[in-house]
Write a protein that binds this ligand. Structure first.
Ligand code: DX5
Ligand code: ZN
Length: 217
């Protein structure tokens, strides 16, 4: 399976966002991961669709908008218009999950459903026909730079097995504490989209770090 890497700009120098995003493309990173926090679903507030619009101008690589917000319903339109390619909503958020996933696709974007560490992955299974990607959080959402939770690996395995059994061509993304070591565990478990903030943005050599995540170095 082709491994896709996504750089979380949460770990970037946000005062130089365009340049930072440019560096990702130069390092052959496949996607930009854009963490949206509203101060309610999680403690912090980061950035929203008006900022994503500028990231869109800075790069041609796909942008994955991870909405850690209490109710993503109204935000979907804004992020689609701002140029996101994938829009990830949380199953734990206060919304009509089916309607939101359908809306994302109706706007011509890829839909993704995210599950927090405490949420059994089986809860996402009935939504998979509406999902292009399943995001399995490997840390508690809210902050970059946390340690990978190894207990999440069986969730990845279960999800990949379920998708294969049912012939769903769904990407499985992991997010949080992903580095060269944990990426290998995630790939073996069946994840094919690897989000990394610290491991990519703070690497001395981003290109080498990107290859290490893919297991090609
Ligand atoms: C956490 C975010 C992650 C975070 C990952 O809530 O969803 O995308 O930026 O950062 P690292 O790779 O440093 O754990
Ligand atoms: Zn994220």
């Amino acid at each position: 399976m082709e491994i896709i890497t996504a750089a979380s700009v949460l770990a970037a120098d946000l005062g130089n966002l365009s340049a930072e995003v440019g560096k990702c493309a130069e390092a052959d990173v496949d996607m930009i991961h854009f963490d949206v926090m509203d101060g309610r679903f999680v403690e912090q507030i980061t950035y929203g669709a008006p900022v994503l619009k500028w990231v869109r101008k800075a790069t041609d690589i796909p942008i994955d908008a991870h909405l850690m917000v209490e109710d993503p319903t109204r935000q979907i339109e804004f992020f689609a218009e701002a140029g996101a390619d994938i829009i990830d909503i949380h199953i734990e958020s206060d919304c009509d999950v089916t309607a939101c996933l359908k809306r994302i696709r109706a706007l011509g974007k890829k839909s993704a459903l995210a599950v927090k560490p405490g949420t059994p992955v089986e809860q996402a299974f009935s939504y998979l026909p509406l999902c292009d990607m399943l995001l399995i959080m490997t840390v508690e959402p809210g902050y970059g730079g946390q340690g990978f939770i190894p207990e999440m690996l069986p969730k990845i395995e279960k999800a990949r097995e379920f998708a294969e059994k049912n012939s769903f061509s769904v990407d499985i993304e992991v997010d949080g504490g992903v580095n060269e070591k944990t990426a290998a565990l995630c790939r073996t478990a069946g994840a094919n989209v690897l989000v990394a903030g610290t491991a990519l943005m703070k690497a001395a050599d981003m290109k080498a770090a990107n290859s290490a995540l893919k297991g090609t170095s």
